[in-house]
Design a protein around this ligand. Structure first.
Ligand code: ATP
Ligand code: MG
Length: 422
C-alpha cells in the first residue's frame, strides 16, 4: 500500500519553501531589531510540563496532545506550543540570574490533535516571543507592537487586534465567583464541555467556540468591570501606549486566555477574509507561570503566531515571492570523457559564489543545451573536443546567444562579466 503523510500534516515542497523562507526571515529580522534572541527548544518534553505549563483544563491538554511513552516508559509529549518549554529552559539554565528582561523568540513546528481543515493542522508552525522579568506595561505594548510590525512588514495592513485584561489572581478570584453564580441558573443550556468546566474554570465559557454558550450567559458580569485599581491602571497604560504608537485595537470582553496564571493583558489578532480560522496570533501576560513551573516569581509576557494562517493571508495579497533559484551557469560537456573536467570547473565556480550546475543524466550534447535553457541557466560553459585540444572554454550567454572563447585561468572573471552585462 502507498504510504501517505499522516492526516493533518503536509509537505513543503521546494517550489513552496521560498514563501516559508521569506516569512521566517521577516519574523527573525523584526524580532532581532526589537532585541529578542532566538531560543531553540526540543520538539518533545515531559508530558507533565505541558499539564502544568499549559493548564489541565485547556483544550490543548485535555484533548489535543500527542502523548506517547518512550522505551523506558516515560510519558513524553510533542510540544503543542512554545511557552512552557521556554519557561522550563529559563528555570533549568537559571537564566533569571542575569540581566533582565530576558527576551527570546522561537520558530518551529507544533503538534496538536485537532480536526484538520483549512488553517488547522496537526503539525503546524508558530513564531513566538517571550519576555521575562518585567511587569512594566510598556513591555506589554512592545510585544504587541512587535507582532503588528511583523504583519506590516508582510504587507498585512488589515488586522483586528482584540485586547482585554484578565486581571490578577486577587481581582479574578472574586470575579470567578460572581461569574459562576451568574452561569449556574443557565447551566443546562451550555455545551457539554462548558457544563463540566464552568465550576472549575468559568472563564473558559467566555471563550467557548459554541455560540449557544454565549447566548445562555448573556448579560454576564465582565472581568473588565471587576478589575482592581492596579490592574485597571496597567491596562490603561498599555492601551495608551498602543494609541501613541498608532496601533489600533478593540477592547473585547469575551477575550480570555483560559489559564489560571494568565494575568492582565490578553490579546488576539485576526485577519479578516482568510476563512473560518481567522486568528493568526494570540498572547498575553503570564505572571504566575514561571513560579507554577518551579521557578522564581518572575513575570512574563509573550505571543505566538500561526505561520500557516499568515501565509494564507499573504497569499491573498496576490504578491509573488521573489524567486532566485535558477543556476547562473550550466556546464555542458560534449563527451562523457570531459565530465571530470566539468566537475572541477563546477567547484571552482561554486567556491567563487556562482550558482553552477551540470548534467548528471548522460544527456546528449544538444539535450544538455535544451536542459540548460529549461532550468533557466543564464550562461553555459561548453567543453568539447576543440576546447580540450586547444585549452580554452566556450562561454555562451543564453539570453543574447553570444559565444566567446575564454581562458580557463580567467574563467571566474569572464563568467562574472557575462552575468553582469546580461
Ligand atoms: P484556535 O482557537 O484557532 O484553536 P488557539 O487558541 O488554540 O487557536 P493559540 O494556542 O493561541 O491558538 O496559538 C496561537 C496561534 O497558532 C493561533 O492564533 C493560530 O494562528 C495558530 N494555531 C493554533 N492551532 C493551530 C492548528 N492546529 N493549525 C494551524 N495553526 C494553529
Ligand atoms: Mg486550538
Amino acid at each position: 500500500m502507498l504510504i501517505k503523510a499522516p492526516r493533518g500534516t503536509y509537505d513543503i515542497l521546494p517550489e513552496d519553501s521560498s514563501r516559508w523562507q521569506y516569512i521566517e526571515k521577516i519574523m527573525k529580522e523584526t524580532a532581532e531589531i526589537f532585541g529578542y534572541r532566538e531560543i531553540r527548544i526540543p520538539i518533545f518534553e515531559h508530558t507533565e510540563l505541558f499539564e502544568r505549563g499549559v493548564g489541565e483544563t485547556t483544550d490543548i491538554v485535555s484533548k489535543e496532545m500527542y502523548t506517547f511513552s518512550d522505551k523506558a516508559g516515560r510519558s513524553l509529549t510533542l510540544r503543542p506550543e512554545g511557552t512552557a518549554s521556554c519557561v522550563r529552559a529559563l528555570i533549568e539554565h537559571s537564566q533569571y540570574g542575569g540581566l533582565l528582561p530576558i527576551k527570546w523568540y522561537y520558530v518551529g513546528p507544533m503538534f496538536r490533535y485537532d480536526r484538520p481543515q483549512t488553517g488547522r493542522y496537526r503539525q503546524f508552525h508558530q513564531f513566538g516571543v517571550e519576555a521575562f522579568g518585567s511587569n512594566n506595561p510598556y513591555i506589554d505594548a512592545e510585544v504587541i507592537i512587535l507582532l503588528i510590525e511583523v504583519l506590516l512588514r508582510l504587507g498585512l495592513e488589515e488586522y483586528e487586534l482584540h485586547l482585554n485584561s484578565v486581571g490578577c489572581p486577587e481581582c479574578r478570584g472574586e470575579y470567578r465567583q460572581k461569574l459562576i453564580e451568574h452561569i449556574e441558573p443557565y447551566q443546562d443550556r451550555l455545551c457539554k464541555d462548558c457544563q463540566t468546566r464552568y465550576t472549575q474554570n468559568p472563564l473558559r465559557v467566555l471563550d467557548c467556540k459554541n455560540e449557544a454558550c454565549h447566548q445562555a450567559i448573556e448579560g454576564y458580569p465582565t472581568l473588565f468591570s471587576n478589575l482592581c485599581d492596579k490592574c485597571q491602571e496597567h491596562y490603561a497604560k498599555v492601551k495608551e501606549t498602543l494609541i501613541e504608537n498608532e496601533v489600533s485595537f478593540m477592547h473585547d470582553d469575551n477575550l480570555v486566555r483560559g489559564l489560571d496564571y494568565y494575568t492582565n493583558t490578553a490579546f488576539e489578532i485576526h485577519i479578516p477574509g482568510i476563512g473560518a480560522q481567522s486568528a493568526v496570533g494570540g498572547g498575553g501576560r503570564y505572571n504566575g507561570l514561571v513560579e507554577e513551573c518551579g521557578g522564581p516569581d518572575l513575570p512574563g509576557i509573550g505571543f505566538a503566531m500561526g505561520m500557516e494562517r499568515l501565509l494564507l493571508a499573504v497569499d491573498k495579497l496576490g504578491e509573488k515571492f521573489a524567486e532566485d533559484k535558477e543556476p547562473d551557469v550550466f556546464i555542458a560537456v560534449m563527451d562523457p570523457a570531459y565530465e571530470s573536467q566539468g566537475m572541477k570547473i563546477l567547484q571552482l565556480l561554486r567556491k567563487a559564489g556562482i550558482k553552477a550546475e551540470k548534467d548528471y543524466n548522460q544527456r546528449k550534447a544538444k539535450a544538455q543545451m535544451k536542459y540548460a535553457d529549461k532550468i533557466g541557466a543564464r550562461a553555459v560553459i561548453l567543453i568539447g573536443e576543440e576546447e580540450v585540444e586547444k585549452g580554452f572554454l566556450t562561454l555562451r550567454n543564453m539570453r543574447s546567444k553570444e559565444q566567446f572563447q575564454v581562458d580557463p585561468q580567467d574563467l571566474v572573471r569572464s563568467v562574472c562579466k557575462t552575468l553582469l552585462i546580461d
